[in-house]
Design a protein around this ligand. Sequence first.
Ligand code: NAD
Ligand code: ZN
Ligand code: ZN
Length: 389
Amino acid sequence: MKATCWYGKHDMRVVDVPDPKILNPRDAIVKVTLTAICGSDLHLYNGFVPTLEKGDILGHEFMGEVVEIGSAVKNLKVGDRIVVPFCISCGACFFCQKGLFSLCENSNPNAPEAELMWGHSPAGLFGYSHLTGGYAGGQAQYVRVPFADFGPIKVPEGLTDEQALFVSDIFPTGYMAAENCNIQPGDTVAVWGCGPVGQMAIRSAFMLGAERVIAIDKVPERLRMAEEGGAETLDYEDVDSLMEELKYRTGGRGPDSCIDAVGMEANGHGVQYRYDRVKQAMMLETDRPIALREAFLACRNGGTVSVPGVYGGFIDKIPFGSVMNRAITIKTGQTHVQRYTRPLMERIQSGDIDPSFVITHRLKLEDAPEAYEIFKNKEDECIKVVLTP
Ligand SMILES: NC(=O)c1ccc[n+]([C@@H]2O[C@H](COP(=O)([O-])OP(=O)(O)OC[C@H]3O[C@@H](n4cnc5c(N)ncnc54)[C@H](O)[C@@H]3O)[C@@H](O)[C@H]2O)c1
Ligand SMILES: [Zn+2]
Ligand SMILES: [Zn+2]
C-alpha cells in the first residue's frame, strides 16, 4: 500500500510499504477514505518531537471502511464506515473507566521511554512518534486500528466523509478545550491561535454558552474565519500590548478563560520571542511558550487557562507567581476523544455545526509532501488540508 512516511525534518515521502495485518483479536483493518494533516503533525514535520524513525507512517485524523476484523471485535463488521479517535484506548483500564481515554495505560508499549521524559506515560497515539507507541498512522491507504471494538464510531447515514472526519480529533479537541473553561453565562473566552483547533474551540465556546469570544492570531484568512464563527478578532501584530488590549476589551478585568490553541511553535516578536527561538535552537528549551505566558497573564483573577496546544518538554519563564497568586486554574491534555465521539456526531447530525467549514485544501494522498509544505507555510490561504487515498 501507499503511505505517508517521515524521513526527517521537512522530508515526507509517499512510499510503498507492506499492508497492515491483524495482530490482536481486538484489531480491525481500515481502508482509509479520508485523512487530514493536523497542527500536531507539523511539530513532527518541523523536527520538534523526538523518537521518530525514518519510515514512520504519520497521520492521526482518519476515517474509512472496515475491511477486516479480529475475532474479538463484535460491534463492527466488514463494510462499516467508521471514524477513528486519534488516541488508542482499551476502554477498560483504570483511566479509561474514568473517561481519561488519552491516558489509557494499556496502549503504549513504549511507556518506559515516556516515563523517562514525562514521569508517567500517556496513551498510545496513531502516527505520533515512538514515545507514544510507534503506531503506524492513517495518512495511508490502510491502517491497523487496535481496540477497534471500543474506540471507533460508525458514521450515521447521510453524513459525508468531510462532515464526519474531524470527530477523530480537532472537533473534540476544540470542544474539550472549551468545556475545560467551565463557561458561565456572560463569560468572555479568549482563544490564542485561529488554526483548525482554535476554530473548533471558538464554535464550541459559543455552543457551551460563552457570550463573547476574542480570537487572537495574525493570519488574515484565519481571523476572517474566526469572525465568521462569531468571534471578535485581535491581530496581535496590530497592537502595542496584547495585555492592555485584552484588558481594555474586558473592562479591565481580563477574559474569564483563555485557551492556548497554539502550542510549542508559537510565533511572536520582541525579546521574549527571540529568547525562546535561541533557547529552542540550542536545545535548552524544547518549546516556545509565548501564547501560554500571555494566556496566564491575561486571564482574569480566578479564571481558567485551557491548553489544547501541544507541548513536548520543558518551558522557561512561566509566570507561575501570577498563576498562584491570582488563583488561575490550568486544564490541559491530549483530548479524551472517545468521550466526545457520540455527542459531537449527534451535533453534526442535528445541524448545530458542520466541521467541514474548516477545509480549504483537498489533495490526493500522493500529494502529501506538497500538502505538508502548503499547510506549514500557510500558502494559498491554507487552513486545513484533507487527503484522499
Ligand atoms: N490536545 C490535543 O489533543 C490536540 C489535538 C490536536 C491539535 N493539538 C494542538 O493544537 C495546536 C493547534 O493546532 P492547529 O491544527 O490549529 O495548528 P495550526 O498550526 O494550524 O494553528 C496554530 C495557529 O496559531 C497561530 N499563532 C502562532 N503564534 C501565535 C501567537 N503567539 N498568538 C496567537 N496565535 C498564534 C498561528 O498563526 C496559527 O494560525 C497545536 O499545538 C496542535 O499540536 C492538540
Ligand atoms: Zn491532531
Ligand atoms: Zn485503557
